[in-house]
Write a protein that binds this ligand. Structure first.
Ligand SMILES: [Zn+2]
Length: 210
């Protein structure tokens, strides 16, 4: 078995804790830059300057707590659960409507840096982020330092004894990811909106319509 050998060789207290929590493959979820680099064969993640421990990462596996909850409330572009299930793929439904998380380094939008365009909500198609808001965080998920004003809600999530700030689409309530502040990234807001690529879609022409 490859994975036990890797764990034996590279496991840290953090990954050992993850194993104790029952995560099947914590090393694939950016346990540390060093391990992630070794496991996925990615380039060194020098730009990932955050001091946030990996287990506080907004895109931790959905099996760890409140990410498995459902979106509730009334929204301008809200739909019934059956309507969302009919519209969305199973993975989109799991993430957008049940606050799930895609695996790190799995989204092609992570390494997508167009000069123009808009990233819209994959559920209701409301424009959320401009291409100019995107930056390279190295964390394995699409990252933005700001959003189009008035399009995103923030909710403090205190599950698992942690304080994290969830971000959702204001129009439909769809779960996007989490936002971290003050990590030291060299961008205008020093924020990192860590967004599931499954939760958004790119339209290169939409910016002209804003
Ligand atoms: Zn939406």
């Amino acid at each position: 078995m490859l994975l036990p050998r890797i764990i034996k060789r590279y496991a840290t207290p953090a990954t050992a804790s993850a194993l104790a929590l029952g995560l099947s493959s914590p090393l694939l979820y950016t346990a540390s830059n060093q391990i992630a680099t070794r496991i996925v064969g990615a380039a060194p993640l020098r730009s990932f300057q955050t001091t946030t421990p990996w287990y506080l990462h907004p895109s931790k596996p959905a099996s760890m707590g409140s990410d498995a909850s459902k979106v509730t409330g009334n929204f301008p572009k809200g739909k019934s659960e059956s309507e969302w299930r009919a519209q969305l793929s199973p993975e989109q439904f799991r993430i957008l409507r049940e606050k799930g998380t895609e695996p790190g380094f799995s989204s092609e939008l992570d390494s997508h840096y167009p000069k123009e365009g808009v990233y819209s909500c994959a559920g209701c198609h409301t424009p959320l982020y401009k291409a100019s808001h995107k930056f390279k965080s190295g964390c394995g998920w699409p990252a933005f330092f700001d959003a189009i004003p008035g399009t995103i809600d923030r909710h403090v999530d205190r599950s698992w004894g942690m304080k994290r700030v969830e971000i959702t689409c204001k129009a439909c309530g769809g779960h996007l990811g989490h936002v971290f502040e003050g990590e030291g990234f060299n961008n205008p807001t020093d924020e990192r909106h860590c967004v599931n690529g499954v939760s958004i879609r790119f339209d290169e022409n939409a910016e002209q319509k804003l």
